[in-house]
Design a protein around this ligand. Sequence first.
Ligand SMILES: Nc1ncnc2c1ncn2[C@@H]1O[C@H](COP(=O)(O)OP(=O)(O)OP(=O)(O)O)[C@@H](O)[C@H]1O
Ligand SMILES: [Mg+2]
Length: 273
Amino acid sequence: MSPATPTAPAERTLRTATTNGRAERPIIAMRHISKIYATGEAEVHAVRDVSLTIERGDFVAIMGASGSGKSTMMNIVGCLDIPTQGWYWLDGVDVRLLDEEALAEVRSRKIGFVFQAYNLIPRTTALANVELPLAYAGVRRQERRQRAIEAIEAVGLSERMSHLPSEMSGGQQQRVAVARAIVTNPAMILADEPTGNLDTSAAEDVMRIFSRLNADGRTVVLITHEADIAAFAKRVIRLRDGQIVEDYRASAVTDLPPRLGVERTIRTVGSTG
Ligand SMILES: Nc1ncnc2c1ncn2[C@@H]1O[C@H](COP(=O)(O)OP(=O)(O)OP(=O)(O)O)[C@@H](O)[C@H]1O
Ligand SMILES: [Mg+2]
């Protein structure tokens, strides 16, 4: 047991002012979050007393060495795992008050997940893979099909809609996985090393898609080992031994994502020449 249990922060700490002066709830507010795994006689402190606020519309990269607690943090953020201690409000909702069914509902409505292994259903077309979350959500067939087609178009794979995962490259499979994550129109995308299995060019394609999704207003939180990938984010958080040891903001939440901004500048400069 910890010697002093901190008291719950006041509700007002969940409000931050946006640049236009409107008070808005952060999408993520964590206070004193810890996760302890009990393995036999040893305890592993995977996350230690982390407090973190993420504003709506931010693009955050979480970095850190293997075993530093990145996936554990991400799983807590995504309500896939519950912390041992601490408070977590997701979009203003105290997740401690939710039962398993309510958590599943929050996950499917608010969050799109992308993992390092694309986790597509084999022997099932790209389109059917992308339709799946909508089927779970009870969306009827025709609308499901239409929305899945739009999501696949958004990741630039219209030509591959009826391909099976085994008929696509790693980068294409990951783009299908991104389409599947966005088809439910979630406010937040969580990605655990989404480019970990991809070569540089495929990784950049995926990162450009995340940048566009963020420019469209979605909050993106991704884990990466690579500085080149983190350079796409507006804010970089570094973990060591389950604690935040660095929290660096590269550009404002309300700005375009950095790399998308660069591309647009180059295009603008090019068009004047
Ligand atoms: N289910 C579990 N049971 C026991 N210990 C765990 C469990 N999951 C993670 N850990 C431990 O918690 C610590 C943090 O693990 P985590 O998976 O969050 O690290 P990570 O930063 O994502 O690492 P990587 O970069 O290798 O994916 C590690 O020491 C790990 O061994
Ligand atoms: Mg991990």
